[in-house]
Design a protein. Structure first.
Length: 170
């Protein structure tokens, strides 16, 4: 059975491709869906990916038994996925919020029908953005009561700047 994707305007359409996702959430092979004949092409793309997995398992490729076929939709979706792409002719400082990243969940729950399908994500570059450590420090302070281990990890492993906040969590 092929997956239909619900777009921003509640139109069902086929994904752009099917991909092989490994146990770490990395995309391996992609087989594109022909937009001229999407129903037949989507089914063929799914089967081609499954055949690649089956061949890898039969050949003894390590971890291949944990690979999965997933629909891949590029540049579409609800929420943050529908942001405009950056304009290379203009400085980023002039563009505001633009779609610079594609985020996928390792567990696949961001796919259609999953708990996190359509969720919005915001990426912080802890190595190049001077505001990121402070922003992450505020997040660590806010979540510390409910997720103390996460707060410690954000500070110790990612360099979040400690912040002192009074948070009312009603």
């Amino acid at each position: 059975m092929t997956d239909l994707i619900e777009t921003d305007v509640n139109v069902k359409q086929y994904p752009d491709a099917y991909g092989i996702i490994d146990h770490n959430g990395r995309i391996g092979s992609l087989v594109s869906v022909d937009k001229e004949a999407p129903a037949q092409s989507a089914l063929a793309a799914q089967q081609a990916c499954q055949n690649l997995i089956d061949d890898a398992v039969a050949s003894g490729v390590e971890g291949a038994g944990h690979w999965a076929v997933r629909p891949i939709t590029i540049g579409m979706g609800r929420g943050i996925g529908s942001l405009p792409e950056p304009d290379p002719a203009r400085p980023l400082e002039e563009q505001g919020l633009v779609g610079k990243y594609r985020v996928q969940r390792v567990d696949g729950s961001d796919q259609p029908g999953g708990k996190h399908h359509g969720c919005r994500y915001f990426v912080l570059d802890m190595d190049h953005d001077p505001y990121a450590p402070v922003a992450l420090g505020v997040y660590a302070a806010i979540c510390e009561q409910q997720y103390p281990k996460l707060a410690v990890d954000l500070r110790e492993r990612l360099g979040a700047v400690p912040a002192s906040l009074s948070v009312d969590q009603d």
